[in-house]
Design a protein around this ligand. Structure first.
Ligand SMILES: [Zn+2]
Length: 648
């Protein structure tokens, strides 16, 4: 059964379903008669996407009510975003009526997400018309741009209202959507009927509605993946233009391998079917948002036509797919909230996101989306960034998880001092270390794969449900795979103020970090895709569009007085280009002359001399010859792959 029992302790959960339902019903009855009434009658929601190309989305809701005071709420805490990111600022055109008579509403003076109404005598059904202004910028989270001339991503939380105090598991919606003429769609919702561009879906609980976005578009195709696997998996693709829909047969094989590799790792699935909702567009925010039976995956229009973009996007689908097990099915108790108004606690995000980052990247390599060399380039780049994070001396990793709701923005300057959502990349390093410890202690007999099958898979397919866990339960499960002082291991890494990242997994995996003048292929792809020149491990700066985009605290550039936003006018007396700057770094190697820049800060100019003489530097993983190659073992496929499966 769908659980939103997570605010209760585990013991209580076991005592529970019947008594919980009884308590909820009594509370609902005492607190607000309308909650009691609506629990028995579904709400209806129809979202009209016909004006999506001009960023105006409309919806109609039908809400069962009882006469008297009613408070409706708009979702505030959005699952997967770990913060109060509900886009209430773009929720507009709100109008209520009953029996064709308008009913006034008043927003709560304190809670901007609550709307108060008085339902007149005799009224049992409330109609609501609401609009969502889809005008967000092409950045940020799901509230960012989600429509273009030819496609739209419908996130139901942007339209729903539900009675205050209700559990998301107890409110039933009958959803439907109206599409522009000729558009097709993909979603994890089950279609009930279709006609005149209106698609009606089977009734769902509010928690599954919010968890089931719809991707629709003019240029759209659905590709079945891993036909040999049940339940069924689909890649639903919508693109700005028809030319962007072309994804190579090889890449589709890799995605099918991903489906098989996840099955081999978790030995179970917790969905009825799974849809990768892939948006290829330069007009929407680029992100990945996990759902139980689908994922909202948005990348550049030409991603699968460009080797660099494909490398950078390689971890997206594996990461979001992994979340179906780690994050959706198994969820930290503090993130498994009863409804969307209850605040989330992010202290275990280094598991929710960190372990997902680790497993997603491993699955990208196991399925062939990344070659082993690409995986190692990525890992070196990510580990190097975490190892050059002076903010770690004042802020420990656990605090980045606790404060996630303040950090989930775009990368911003001075992130190396503030720290950012480091529980992803540093969490990945910690889980790599866990895996290498298990493998090395058991001499290869056991691995984190066993933990994943036991803790995240739990032996057997189920429909979508949430099984919350605590830190203590996590440690206990690890000990069932390999006895070790895991509590102390995690505590030390979560609370460390060491200036260096935990790199024990790289050492335990048979490698060491080395910085040299050979280009790291992942970093080169980042440079050629807009992040700009990476001189982070030499001068200590990123440069994009002839301006310093960030400065590493304590680096030669920092010591010379550079700051983010300063425009570089000249390098060693010549007009600035990335290549001139790179050459200047090379020329300064072994010489006594500094790299000399003329920089502009608003309307003021100054000469900055950077005293650095060690040349261009990029991070790499280098084999430690005497140690076993554990990392190479970790990324070997577990499952039979496309060509093999096709032959059988
Ligand atoms: Zn994630």
């Amino acid at each position: 059964m769908n659980s939103n029992r997570e605010t209760l302790s585990c013991e209580l959960q076991q005592k529970r379903a019947i008594s919980l339902r009884a308590v909820a019903t009594i509370l609902a009855f005492i607190g607000s008669a309308d909650v009691f009434a609506q629990a028995r009658r579904p709400l209806q929601i129809m979202v009209d996407l016909t004006d999506a190309p001009r960023k105006l989305l409309r919806a109609q809701l039908t809400i069962p009510v009882e006469p008297g005071p009613l408070t409706l709420v708009y979702p505030q805490w959005i699952p997967g975003e770990h913060g109060p990111t509900g886009p209430v600022d773009n929720f507009a055109g709100i109008a209520f009526s009953a029996n064709e008579q308008p009913i006034p509403w008043q927003r709560d003076n304190v809670n901007m997400f609550a709307f108060h109404l008085i339902i007149p005598a005799g009224v049992r059904t409330l109609e609501a018309k609401v609009d969502f202004l889809a005008t967000g910028p092409p950045s940020g989270l799901s509230e960012g741009a989600s429509t273009s001339a030819n496609l739209a991503i419908l996130s139901w939380n942007e339209f729903v209202l539900y009675p205050s105090g209700s559990a998301a598991a107890d409110v039933i919606f009958e959803p439907s959507v109206r599409l522009p003429e000729g558009w097709k769609f993909g979603t994890a919702l089950t279609r009930a009927s279709a006609g005149d561009n209106v698609i009606r879906f089977e009734p769902v609980r509010l928690e599954m509605l919010v968890d089931s976005p719809v991707l629709a578009g003019k240029f759209f195709k659905e590709v079945p993946l891993a036909a040999d696997v049940t339940p069924k998996h689909f890649l639903d693709v919508a693109a700005d233009g028809p030319e962007d829909l072309n994804i190579s047969a090889d890449e589709l094989d890799h995605f099918s391998n991903l489906v098989r590799e996840a099955g081999a790792l978790f030995k179970s699935r917790h969905y009825n079917s799974y849809h990768f909702l892939l948006t290829l567009s330069d007009n929407v925010a680029h992100l990945g948002l996990e759902h139980h039976q689908s994922s909202d995956d948005r990348v550049d229009a030409t991603t699968y036509l460009d080797d660099d973009l494909m490398l950078l996007a390689g971890d997206l689908l594996p990461h979001e797919f992994t979340h179906s097990w780690n994050g959706k099915y198994r969820r930290p108790a503090g993130l498994a909230t009863t409804n969307y108004q209850q605040p989330m606690k992010g202290n275990l995000l280094w598991v929710y996101e960190g372990l997902t980052q680790y497993l997603g990247d491993v699955l990208a390599a196991r399925s062939g989306i990344w070659t082993p060399a690409q995986y190692k380039s990525y890992l070196a780049a990510s580990a190097a960034e975490m190892d050059h994070r002076p903010g770690r001396t004042w802020r420990d990793l656990e605090d980045t998880a606790v404060a996630a709701q303040t950090l989930l923005e775009e990368t911003t300057p001075w992130d190396n001092w503030r720290r950012s959502v480091d529980y992803y990349a540093e969490g990945e390093l910690i889980w790599l270390e866990v895996d290498t410890i298990i493998r090395n202690r058991s001499e290869g007999k056991r691995s984190l794969n066993d933990f994943c099958a036991q803790f995240l898979g739990r032996g057997g397919n189920t429909p979508p449900e949430v099984v919350p866990y605590t830190f203590e339960e996590l440690v206990k499960a690890l000990n069932q795979v390999e006895t070790y002082d895991w509590a102390a291991f995690f505590h030390e890494r979560l609370t460390s103020n060491s200036p260096h990242a935990p790199l024990g997994g790289i050492a335990g995996g048979g490698y060491r970090m080395e910085y040299n003048d050979t280009t790291n292929s992942y970093i080169r792809a980042e440079e050629s895709s807009g992040r700009g020149l990476n001189a982070w491990y030499s001068l200590g700066i990123f440069v994009a569009d002839n301006a310093v985009s960030d400065v590493l605290v304590g680096s030669p550039a920092y010591n010379a007085g550079l700051g983010p936003g300063m425009k570089i006018v000249a390098v060693n007396g010549r007009g600035e280009t990335d290549e001139l700057l790179r050459q200047a770094i090379r020329d300064a190697k072994g010489s006594g002359a500094p790299v000399e820049l003329i920089v502009q800060n608003a309307n003021f100019f100054k000469v900055v001399k950077i005293d650095y003489h060690d040349g261009v530097k990029y991070p790499h993983l280098v084999r430690e010859e005497k140690k076993p190659v554990v990392i190479d073992d970790i990324i070997k496929p577990l499952a039979k792959h496309a060509t093999v499966a096709a032959l059988e």
